[in-house]
Write a protein that binds this ligand. Structure first.
Ligand SMILES: Cc1cc2nc3c(=O)[nH]c(=O)nc-3n(C[C@H](O)[C@H](O)[C@H](O)COP(=O)(O)OP(=O)(O)OC[C@H]3O[C@@H](n4cnc5c(N)ncnc54)[C@H](O)[C@@H]3O)c2cc1C
Length: 400
């Protein structure tokens, strides 16, 4: 079974950016991708909100991202990830092409929009049918559009679209919105919005581009045609996480998105998530790329800490470890004094920034800083609060 340093699931903007940052930090990087590297943007005609590119085709930007990542030499593997497991610190990724063991893992497998399922939806995707108002709203300036859905996203995006569109119809199959009342009230007060309740879109039709929709009122049974140039479908989206089971222990939001902190760390040590797959406010190329960069640097830090932990803390017969906080000037001053004492007395003391190394703090049960620990091959022998050089000296007297 191959063992890798950093494995990335997904080669969309998040995964490719993580690969660039990971390789530039000197890591051995393996990228697992089941489709075309570049990700979801490969399926969009044009992108005009990614900084540095006033206008680019989706396939074009996908290729630029791929080429850029390839320049730094990560290994790409064409495969579909089927399952992952995290046990006792081991991270195993099972693909249809074999199994990979990895020290750190970044999940960047993106998300999928749920389709409304009406006739013409697939045919006109990219030719008037869209799943993203921020991405495509500006292409419908002064044109009438329809929004399908009744949740928060649908109603908020309909409101957003009114700054471009001449009129926005919200088509919802129920007679009441599922969205929050404040969101609905704001949308209903907007003169450009017309709601079409208890109705479903039967068909999206046109020549080359969308020209109209056929809508069935499920109470009256009557069908009407509405002329529109765009149809925005907001009936939901879901993370691409078919390979993740409950047993993985990875914390997820109610709707399935992976929960991370600002360093893209998940609830499992050494497992990170980046891009559309995680719980976040805005799902776009620029935010996915930012997440990828952060995740790779956090993975680098994790791997460095693990290495340090392994060599300095876990493999030493006896070690005195001083845990302090690098953002507290008093701790920094004390660290200088303790280091000077260590140098003059020949004692070996390892300093750990407990502020930056939450995981190390948790691992050794350090609840308050500054503190000193005696470790034997990674096992805590004893610990004490250390607020002065005198405290440190007293602690070190008993160091065996
Ligand atoms: C039609 C459309 C238009 C858009 N327009 C814009 C726009 O104008 N501007 C903008 O900023 N954003 C736009 N977006 C959104 C943008 O594409 C996404 O926010 C971005 O691609 C997210 O990047 P990601 O890397 O997180 O995920 P993705 O791009 O979705 O990449 C995830 C990758 O993971 C792979 N993967 C998934 N599961 C597995 C598995 N089990 N094994 C192996 N590989 C797997 C997928 O094949 C995919 O390549 C648009 C999206 C769509 C669909």
């Amino acid at each position: 079974m191959a063992k890798r340093q950093l494995t990335i699931i997904g080669a969309g903007p998040a995964g490719l950016t993580a690969a660039i940052f990971g390789r530039r930090a000197g890591l051995d990087v393996l990228v697992l991708e089941k489709g075309l590297a570049g990700g979801q943007i490969n399926s969009t005609a044009e992108i005009e909100n990614y900084p540095g590119f006033k206008h680019a085709g989706g396939m074009e930007l996908g290729k630029i991202l791929r080429d850029h990542a390839e320049k730094f030499g990560p290994e790409f593997m064409d495969c579909s990830v089927e399952s992952v497991s995290f046990r006792d610190g081991d991270k195993t990724v099972v693909t249809n092409e074999g199994t990979v063991q990895t020290d750190a893992l970044i999940i960047a497998s993106g998300s999928s929009f749920i389709k409304s399922g009406c006739k013409g939806e697939t045919e006109f995707t990219g030719r008037g049918v869209s799943y993203c108002a921020v991405c495509d709203g500006a292409f419908f300036t002064d044109a009438p559009v329809a929004v399908i859905g009744g949740g928060n996203s649908a109603v908020e995006e309909a409101d957003y679209l009114t700054q471009f569109a001449s009129k926005v119809y919200i088509i919802h199959r129920r007679d009441e919105f599922r969205a929050q009342k404040s969101v609905v009230d704001r949308a209903l007060a907007n003169p450009k919005i017309e709601t079409v309740m208890s109705s479903v879109v039967l068909e999206i039709a046109g020549q080359d581009m969308v020209e109209r929709i056929a809508v069935l009122n499920n109470k009256s049974g009557k069908t009407r045609e509405i002329p529109v140039e765009g149809v925005f479908v907001f009936v939901g989206a879901a993370p691409n996480l078919e390979f993740l089971t409950e047993e993985s222990g990875l914390k997820r939001a109610r709707s399935g998105w992976i929960i991370t902190d600002e360093k893209m760390e998940t609830s499992v040590d050494g497992v990170f998530a980046a891009g559309d797959v995680r719980e976040k406010y805005l799902r776009q190329v620029v935010t996915a790329a930012g997440d990828g960069a952060t995740a790779a640097m956090a993975a680098y830090e994790y791997l460095s800490n693990e290495h340090y932990l392994q060599t300095a803390l876990l493999e030493t017969e006896r070690a005195a470890v001083f845990f302090m906080s690098s953002i507290d000037p008093a701790h920094l001053a004390l660290d200088r004094e303790i280091s000077a004492f260590a140098a003059s007395s020949g004692k070996k003391i390892i300093t750990v920034d407990g502020h930056a190394n939450r995981r190390l703090r948790e691992k050794f049960g350090v609840t308050s800083l500054p503190a000193m620990l005696e470790l034997s091959r990674g096992k805590k022998i004893r610990a004490a609060a250390v607020n002065s050089v005198h405290d440190a000296k007293t602690f070190l007297v008993e160091l065996r």
